[in-house]
Design a protein around this ligand. Structure first.
Ligand code: SF4
Ligand code: SF4
Length: 233
């Protein structure tokens, strides 16, 4: 593999400032089996955003529709390939219908460290980052070195996230049913945001704008309500 330069500045300028290139040959079988790579695909590019820039870019793009962040990411990636890699085929595994273990990829990249409230944390960004795209392609970029860092929770004596959760859902294991029940409760302070996440001081300067937090929690609340409705018959 010759290792050509990854156009990271393009993505970073568009708010996709977390990037990791994997050689497919180096990925565990469990991840590869769900991706079902095609013979010509040699690399996986994991893109994420950290901090507030992506949301500003999405707002500026003014895309209509229910999922403006996903639509913006699709559009940005198409623009990158058209401008920097013309003729290079690529396949978007995420967002899309392909089952992808995002946290497993984040762990391999060194981005994900488990927290008591289920969302991953790291020392720089806290929990204020997210996975935005998984691209499969035949590129020959130099694979990205793993981010080596210690799990922040190991140095957090007071663990304010645990005290902040009104449902006692935080911890190991995370009590997903208790969290869902709390979020569905009329008047819950967790309907459109996670109090535990807000209480974590790590990366606090990168905390999303309220509008972005509300946007993503509104989407998960719709799914929770649908699931609860289906269960209730
Ligand atoms: S408050 Fe402490 S224990 Fe909780 S996620 Fe943040 S670093 Fe980890
Ligand atoms: S959303 Fe609320 S109930 Fe769920 S983990 Fe966060 S603080 Fe706890």
């Amino acid at each position: 593999m010759s290792g050509s330069a990854f156009p990271g500045d393009f993505f970073a300028g568009a708010g996709l400032n977390r990037q990791h290139v994997f050689a497919l040959a180096d990925l565990p079988v469990g991840i590869l089996s769900s991706l079902q790579p095609r013979p010509e695909e040699r690399q996986l590019i994991l893109l994420g955003h950290a901090g507030r820039r992506l949301w500003d870019c999405v707002q500026a793009a003014g895309l209509p529709g229910e999922h403006p962040i996903d639509d913006y990411c699709r559009q940005t990636i198409a623009g990158l390939f058209a401008e920097h890699l013309p003729g290079q085929p690529y396949r978007l595994a995420y967002p899309g219908d392909t089952p992808v273990g995002l946290q497993a990829l984040g762990t391999l990249a060194g981005w994900h460290h488990p927290s008591p409230f289920m969302i991953g944390v790291d020392r720089q960004w806290g929990s204020w980052f997210a996975y935005r795209a998984v691209i499969l392609c035949a590129t020959d970029f130099a694979p990205t070195p793993v981010v080596e860092q210690r799990r922040p929770c190991l140095d957090c004596r007071d663990q304010p996230c645990i005290a902040a959760c009104p449902a006692g859902a935080t911890g190991t294991p995370f009590r997903l049913a208790a969290c869902a029940e709390e979020r569905l409760r009329p008047g819950s302070a967790c309907a459109y945001g996670c109090l535990a996440r807000n209480a974590c001081p790590v990366g606090g300067e990168h905390r999303y704008e309220e509008a972005q937090i509300r946007h993503s929690f509104a989407q998960s609340l719709v799914m929770l309500r649908r699931f609860a409705g289906e269960k209730g018959g």
